[in-house]
Design a protein around this ligand. Structure first.
Ligand SMILES: [Cu+2]
Length: 371
């Protein structure tokens, strides 16, 4: 039996089936649930790019409607009928060819002017941000497969979580220690490639406080897909607090041999006093030295001049994620990562000697004290 059009094309059915689907499709466009989207800019650099995108789409939609409209009109208006005579045969039409060359050229000009303007606007790093302050310099160093952030004016270094104050322009100077990577924070800025032998620049200022995800956007090896980071946008006071903590987090304290624990009443400005009281933490500190961790990781954020193989672990106790944005920073995940990083991120440049569950627990306890 042939299903007649009328059988299924009932208004009721359309409403029941099509409308919910349409709503569902529209719901998927809600930008807030997709923090990796460039369509919800949260800073000035991203606004410039977004405005250009919208301008281009605007012209593209107008052209689409005109061209498709003309096409549909021609199809219906000049459609062939059974008794039509043979149409006139022609070859070439100079007037039509001029028209279809001039119009696209004009369209390109319409798109090119704002594009070039945006290229210049985004290439110029503003001297002061929306907050009226001078830009904050941050050095970005790409590694297989994590990100290092250095604050030369503040003398601190961190990894995988870049803290910035809201409203302040951030002046990024970027490079890599190995292969090409590309730095991308969808809601703020990017993408911009980073090279081993050349500095690239990028800037942005964030308009909103929060944790905003970023990622490497240039294939850089087997774990390229797990090379994420977060931009932590803080209120200015909270940012100053974070900086003060990092500055107090002295590299010298981290390297102090565990055999000579800091007295419990010490006023040393690091987290070590705790280590001296809790035996588990003291054991973890010892293991950090004997299990090769210290060979690849610096623990103090302050003045850590040399770039090491592994990320700086200053503040690892309170970071949101580990393994470059791949795992949540829970005790369980941390222990699993420490014991078998290759199972989490195959090919990762972290190789560790065998570590028992008890040892992992002690290491986790120690790392948790690094606030
Ligand atoms: Cu990469």
């Amino acid at each position: 039996m042939r299903l007649s059009t009328a059988t299924w094309w009932r208004p009721g059915l359309v409403r029941v089936l099509v409308l919910p689907l349409l709503l569902l499709a529209l719901a998927a466009c809600a930008g807030e649930s997709y923090p990796q989207s460039t369509l919800t800019p949260k800073g000035d650099f991203a606004d410039l790019v977004d405005a250009l995108f919208r301008t281009t789409v605007f012209w593209a939609v107008i052209i689409f409607v005109l061209v498709e409209g003309a096409l549909l009109f021609a199809i219906f208006r000049f459609r062939g009928r059974a008794d039509d005579p043979e149409p006139e045969q022609i070859h070439g039409n100079t007037l039509v060819e001029i028209i279809w060359t001039v119009i696209p050229a004009a369209v390109l000009a319409f798109v090119a002017v704002p594009t070039v303007r945006t290229i210049f606007d985004t290439a110029r790093i503003p001297e002061t941000g929306p907050d009226g302050q001078a830009a904050l310099k941050v050095e970005v160093i790409g590694h297989q497969w994590w990100w290092e952030f250095r604050y030369p004016e503040l003398g601190i270094v961190t990894a995988n979580e870049m803290h910035v104050p809201v409203g302040r322009t951030v002046d990024l100077r970027m490079k890599t220690v190995d292969v090409l990577h590309s730095f991308w924070i969808p809601q703020f800025a990017g993408k911009r490639d980073v090279f081993p032998n050349r500095e690239t620049r990028l800037w942005f200022s964030a308009r909103e406080v929060g944790a905003f995800p970023g990622a490497c956007a240039e294939f850089c090896g087997i774990q390229h897909g797990r090379m994420d980071f977060y931009v932590m946008v803080d209120e200015p006071a909270a940012f100053d607090g974070w900086v003060a903590t990092r500055q107090a987090d002295s590299a010298a304290a981290a390297m102090r041999p565990a055999a000579a624990p800091v007295p419990a009443d010490s006023l040393a400005p690091d987290a070590a006093p705790v280590a001296a009281v809790d035996p588990l933490v003291a054991e973890g500190k010892q293991l950090f030295m004997t299990k090769a961790c210290a060979g690849c990781h610096a623990l103090g954020s302050a003045g850590a001049a040399t770039t090491m193989i592994g990320p700086n672990l200053g503040g690892i106790g309170t970071r949101k994620m580990i393994a470059a944005g791949w795992l949540e920073n829970t005790d369980e995940n941390l222990a699993h990562w420490i014991q078998n990083p290759q199972a989490v991120k195959e090919g990762v440049l972290m190789n560790v000697p065998p570590i028992t569950d008890a040892e992992a627990t002690a290491l986790v306890a120690y790392l948790r004290t690094r606030q």
